[in-house]
Design a protein around this ligand. Structure first.
Ligand code: ZN
Length: 304
């Protein structure tokens, strides 16, 4: 379900991010206290052990860190005037994300913004708990904000039929494509990269060590994966096709020295992020190939 494309390169670079693998809701690995907390109550997910595989928090470059997991990426930026988090993984992941923030010597209460890449449970499920526990404001595209505020998939989401929900986020600040958000000495830019969801947004910011600066990109999942029965070739999917085309152009053109993908388990040999030149372009091209393969299947009548 996660890797329906069956294309190795696509799987490596795009990430699963399907909303499909939830099999039940109930006390999973979090158990105990978390089971009674509606915001961190574990979602039982087929790939939980991969997605939430423990990883020590680590510095990427400058004051940017990773505080997520083997499968799901969560980034932390120290701006000098507060912290910015990117994505929130699953509901049950929230306490572990905050533990990783503390392990780096930071205070969760200093997190001012949480940037969201997409309104699906695997990246946004933990946001409500993180907001409650830090006082931070979630930032997302306008379309993503609709999903985050309801905790449900948008009506034009290719995975709508899965009908998965997650704890909603009451207050979301929206950012338009190309709009910037500044906190302390860091300015983050939002890039509309819709297609996997209609609200998907990738984020970029400069990270510096002395006079050396790198542009870090935290890319949303670009995986053209859908619920069964959805057809990317259908006339009603024109908006998604157009969005993906625009997303590919955006990803290929943006400065991109260090790439973090929303699904870190598909991050390639270097592990949790990519520093190869052209990594963002390669990510877009892998998605393009996956979409082309999917459209061929639909034309042949062999798509699920
Ligand atoms: Zn997704």
């Amino acid at each position: 379900m996660v890797c329906r494309t069956g294309i190795v390169v696509a799987a490596l670079l795009i990430g699963g991010s399907a909303a499909g693998p939830v099999v039940a809701t109930g006390p999973g690995t979090g158990a105990g206290q978390q089971a009674s907390d509606p915001l961190t109550r574990p979602l039982a997910v087929e790939r939980e052990s991969t997605w939430l595989a423990p990883r020590a928090p680590e510095k990427i470059f400058g004051t940017t860190y990773l505080v997520g997991f083997g499968g799901l990426s969560v980034a932390l930026i120290d701006t000098g005037a507060g912290l910015i988090l990117v994505d929130g993984a699953l509901p049950q992941a929230a306490p572990r994300i905050l533990d990783n923030v503390r392990k780096l010597g930071f205070k969760p209460g200093d997190i001012k913004y949480i940037l969201s890449t997409e309104p699906h449970f695997d990246h946004a499920g933990g946001l409500a708990a993180l907001v409650r526990d830090t006082g931070a404001t979630v930032v997302a595209s306008d379309r993503a904000a609709e999903g985050l505020r309801t905790g449900r998939l948008g009506k034009d989401d290719p995975q709508l039929a899965y009908d998965h929900s997650f704890p909603p986020v009451a207050k979301v600040r929206t950012l338009a494509d190309g709009e910037r958000l500044t906190l302390g000495n860091v300015t983050v830019t939002g890039h509309r990269t819709a297609g996997h969801t209609t609200g998907s947004m990738s984020w970029s910011w400069p990270a510096c060590e002395g006079a050396t600066c790198r542009t870090i990109v935290f890319a949303s999942s670009l995986n053209p994966v859908s619920a069964e029965g959805y057809r990317y070739s259908a006339p009603t999917s024109a908006g998604i096709r157009d969005a993906l085309a625009q997303t590919y152009a955006t990803m290929k053109a943006m400065p991109c020295d260090i790439l973090i993908t929303a699904h870190a388990d598909q991050g390639g040999a270097t592990g949790r992020y990519l520093t190869e030149p052209g990594a963002c372009r390669a990510l877009a091209e892998a998605s393009e190939r996956a979409l082309a393969a999917r459209l061929r299947k639909e034309a042949a009548g062999t798509a699920e």
